[in-house]
Design a protein around this ligand. Structure first.
Ligand SMILES: Cc1cc2nc3c(=O)[nH]c(=O)nc-3n(C[C@H](O)[C@H](O)[C@H](O)COP(=O)(O)OP(=O)(O)OC[C@H]3O[C@@H](n4cnc5c(N)ncnc54)[C@H](O)[C@@H]3O)c2cc1C
Length: 265
C-alpha cells in the first residue's frame, strides 16, 4: 500500500473542498471496497477523505411514501431498523444478507452504490424500487445512475448524501449468493409500485444492474407467477466466469424472479 494523507472533515462542503485540492484523492466511507483495492495495488489515492465524521451523514427517515437513507448509514443499521422492516421489508431483508457481520457493520449504502459493483445488492434495490440518489449537487434517478461496471453518473468530486426509496405496494429481493463472499451470483429485486407498475431489477448477472422489460410488462398486468408463463431471460450479454456460465445466470434470473413474486409482501 502506498503512503497517503488522511483527512476527516466534519462537513460535506469541507470534504468536497479537500478532494478538489488533492492531487488524486478518494472519499472513504466504510472502506470495505476502497481499502482492499489499495492493498492489492489497484488504487493508490494521494489523499483519503474519510466521510464518517460528517455530522448528519447517517440516519434513516421513514414516511408513508418514502424511506430516505443517508449515505453513511451502514448495512447493519438498515438491517436492524424496525421502521425499514415495516415500510419496505424486502429492503430490510436485503441489507441483512449483505456479506458477513463485519461487512454489514462497516459498509455503507453510499459506498455501495458509488462503487457500482455489478454483483452488489443495493443497485438492484435502487433500480427495482425506482429510487432517487441524492448528492451534494442534484438528484439522480436510479435508472440513470448506474452507467456501467464500477461506473456511475457521479461527476468528479460529487458526494452521495442520501437515497430515497418510494414505498412500494409489494416487493421482494431474492439472491443466489456466492458462498464465499455473499455477493450475488444473481440477485433479483421485484417491486410493485402504488399504481401497480412492476419493476424487475437484476444484479450479479451482467456488467451492471439491469431491468427485464418483458417480465415487468407481464407482471404489471397480473402480479402472479403464472403471468410469467414461459418468459425466459436471455443469456446474451450476461457474465460467464469461474462461478457460473451466462446460461446458468439467465436460468437463475427466471427462478429468482418467480420466487420473488411468490414471496412479495
Ligand atoms: C468480504 C466482502 C463481502 C461483501 N459482500 C457483499 C454482498 O454480499 N453484497 C453487497 O452488496 N456488497 C458486499 N460487499 C461490499 C460492501 O458491502 C460495501 O458496501 C462496499 O464495500 C462499499 O461500501 P463502503 O462504505 O465500504 O465504501 P468504501 O469502500 O469506503 O468506498 C467505495 C467507493 O465509493 C466511494 N464513496 C464512498 N462513499 C461515497 C459517497 N457518499 N459519495 C460518493 N462516493 C463515495 C469511495 O470513494 C470509493 O470509491 C462486500 C465486501 C466485502 C469486503
Amino acid at each position: 500500500m502506498e503512503n497517503f494523507n488522511y483527512h476527516r472533515p466534519a462537513t460535506v462542503n469541507a470534504a468536497a473542498a479537500l478532494l478538489k485540492k488533492s492531487k488524486g484523492g478518494s472519499y472513504m466511507a466504510g472502506g470495505h471496497t476502497l481499502l482492499p483495492t489499495m492493498k492489492q495495488g489497484l488504487a493508490a489515492p494521494t489523499d483519503i477523505i474519510d466521510l464518517t465524521a460528517i455530522k448528519g451523514f447517517s440516519g434513516i427517515a421513514v414516511s408513508k411514501t418514502a424511506v430516505v437513507i443517508k449515505a453513511g448509514t451502514t448495512h447493519m443499521e438498515v438491517a436492524t431498523s424496525a421502521a425499514v422492516k415495516k415500510a419496505i421489508p424486502a429492503l430490510w431483508e436485503m441489507a441483512g444478507k449483505i456479506g458477513g457481520v463485519h461487512v454489514r457493520h462497516k459498509g455503507t449504502i453510499g459506498g455501495s452504490i458509488a462503487n457500482s459493483d455489478p454483483a452488489a445488492d443495493y443497485p438492484s434495490a435502487c433500480v427495482g424500487l425506482g429510487a432517487t440518489i441524492i448528492t451534494n449537487k442534484r438528484k439522480i434517478a436510479a435508472d440513470a445512475f448506474f452507467t456501467g461496471m464500477f461506473q456511475t453518473a457521479l461527476k468528479d468530486g460529487e458526494i452521495i448524501t442520501a437515497v430515497s426509496f418510494p414505498v412500494p405496494k409489494k416487493s421482494s429481493h431474492q439472491k443466489f449468493p456466492n458462498p464465499a463472499s455473499r455477493y450475488a451470483l444473481v440477485g433479483v429485486f421485484v417491486a410493485q409500485d402504488a399504481g401497480g407498475k412492476v419493476r424487475v431489477a437484476v444484479t450479479g448477472a451482467g456488467p451492471k444492474v439491469f431491468r427485464v422489460p418483458e417480465m415487468e410488462a407481464a407482471l404489471s398486468k397480473n402480479f402472479a407467477v403464472s403471468a410469467l408463463g414461459g418468459i425466459v431471460a436471455k443469456a446474451k450479454g450476461l457474465n460467464t466466469d469461474m462461478h457460473a456460465t451466462a446460461e446458468y445466470r439467465a436460468h437463475l434470473i427466471g427462478v429468482l424472479t418467480r420466487r420473488a413474486v411468490e414471496a412479495a409482501k
